[in-house]
Design a protein around this ligand. Structure first.
Ligand SMILES: Cc1ncc(COP(=O)(O)O)c(C=O)c1O
Length: 391
């Protein structure tokens, strides 16, 4: 099989296309499938962008990023996590997606593997395959809060394994890994002279405990921290992220960056700097997400969705639907066609018990969520009495 044939599409895109068709027919669809903040870009970012545009200075930055943004991020790490990070170790990338493509290009030779949680963020598998590597999907469940455990990392590490991935808080589950477990995974990766790759894109969107940066416990030689502006700062379309690499990886990474994207977008890099002090705006969004989360945590179980581990972060709820169906994909399609509610089936996140689960996103207004819950309730109530379409 050719490498490109291993790259899977997002299956939910088909569902989204159908949702668009229904919308074109004039039907109102409630979107609880999309993992994108519904808030506008924070005002200080827009202001900085306008100023930068007017300055006319929108040429390439150095490949590893504008030194001004690297410095601002180093200051932010000091303030946010009490971590001293040399600015040149913070490489600025086009989204965190760019960061993952970069690090897998640097880390992996053909046939080398990376340990991933299943269920997990689906693009990871494809980033690894694109770099010629092999994703090793390890089934995870409620007992480890849907994260890899250090014991699983040790047990599944093979001669050609180079890294293990933790997404904290997780996508699709919104759950946090125990701090001690994160530290233990970092230690296990270091023992194998491999890397812990910590995806921290949902940091800041947590509703209780604040997760540590993996570099607080992991040693700098064996820990790669990836983060970006898309989620916490509601800046998906600006395509800006970063990865913190060890000193001795900077040169290799720079060579790759020079070749694959030259540099992250200059306008976005400079506009992102004031986001780092837009605490009020971020707090406003975080509180709104928490209200939505609490609403769903109360409403979904009443309808028969089981939430086995309470999500403490991101804007997702991963629900077990065994009481309602044995096929979450068919259930999502039926729900879209008959109730006008879109959700993401478990199969998008892996294979492990996928048909028993689906993901709700609450990156949509409370009013929309209430309407969604109302429709799902009505649908479930009418399901046994003839399946009359509700939309
Ligand atoms: C866990 C996780 N990592 C990375 C990304 C990619 O984000 P971006 O490339 O916009 O920074 C996403 C997007 O949904 C995500 O959920």
């Amino acid at each position: 099989m050719r490498r490109i044939d291993l790259i899977e599409p997002f299956r939910v895109m088909q569902l989204l296309e159908r949702a668009k068709e229904l919308e074109a027919e004039g039907k109102r669809i409630i979107h609880m499938e999309i993992g994108e903040p519904d808030f506008p870009t924070p005002a200080p970012v827009i202001k900085a962008a306008k100023k930068r545009l007017d300055s006319g200075e929108n040429f390439y930055t150095p490949s590893t990023g504008a030194p001004e943004l690297q410095q601002a991020l180093a200051d932010w790490y000091l303030h946010e996590y009490d971590l001293q990070i040399a600015p040149e170790r913070i490489l600025i990338t086009p989204g965190t997606s760019g960061a993952f493509n970069l690090i897998y290009a640097v880390l992996l030779d053909a046939g080398e593997s990376v340990l991933l949680p299943d269920p997990g963020y689906p693009c990871q598998r494809n980033f690894i395959r694109l770099a010629g590597g092999e994703p090793l999907n390890i089934p995870v469940g409620p007992e480890t809060r849907y994260h890899l455990s250090s014991q699983q990392v040790a047990a599944n590490w093979q001669a050609k394994t180079r890294a293990a991935v933790v997404i904290n808080p997780g996508n699709p589950t919104g759950t946090l890994i125990e701090d001690a477990e994160l530290a233990a995974i970092a230690a296990t990766c270091a023992e194998h002279d491999g890397w812990l790759i910590s995806d921290e894109i949902y940091h800041g969107l947590t509703y209780g405990a604040k997760p540590p940066c993996a570099l607080e416990s992991g040693d700098a030689e064996h820990t790669l921290v990836v983060n970006g502006f898309s989620k916490r700062w509601a800046m998906t379309g600006w395509r800006i992220g970063w990865v913190i690499v060890p000193e001795n990886m900077i040169d290799a990474a720079r060579r790759v960056m020079q070749n694959i994207f030259i540099a992250a977008p200059t306008l976005s890099q400079f506009s992102a700097i004031p986001a780092l002090s837009a605490h009020r705006e971020v707090e406003h969004m975080r509180k709104a997400y928490d209200v939505r989360r609490c609403y769903l945590l109360e409403a979904l179980p009443r309808l028969g969705f089981d939430i086995v581990v309470e999500p403490q972060g991101a804007f997702y709820i991963y629900a077990n639907v065994q009481k309602l169906t044995d096929d979450s994909r068919a259930f999502c399609w039926e729900m879209l066609e008959k109730a006008g509610v879109a959700m993401t089936p478990g199969e998008d996140f892996g294979a492990h018990r996928a048909s028993e689960h689906l993901r709700f996103s609450y990156a949509t207004s409370l009013d929309n969520l209430k309407e969604g819950i109302h429709r799902i309730g009505k649908f479930l109530a009418t399901r046994t009495t003839g399946n009359a379409p509700l939309i």
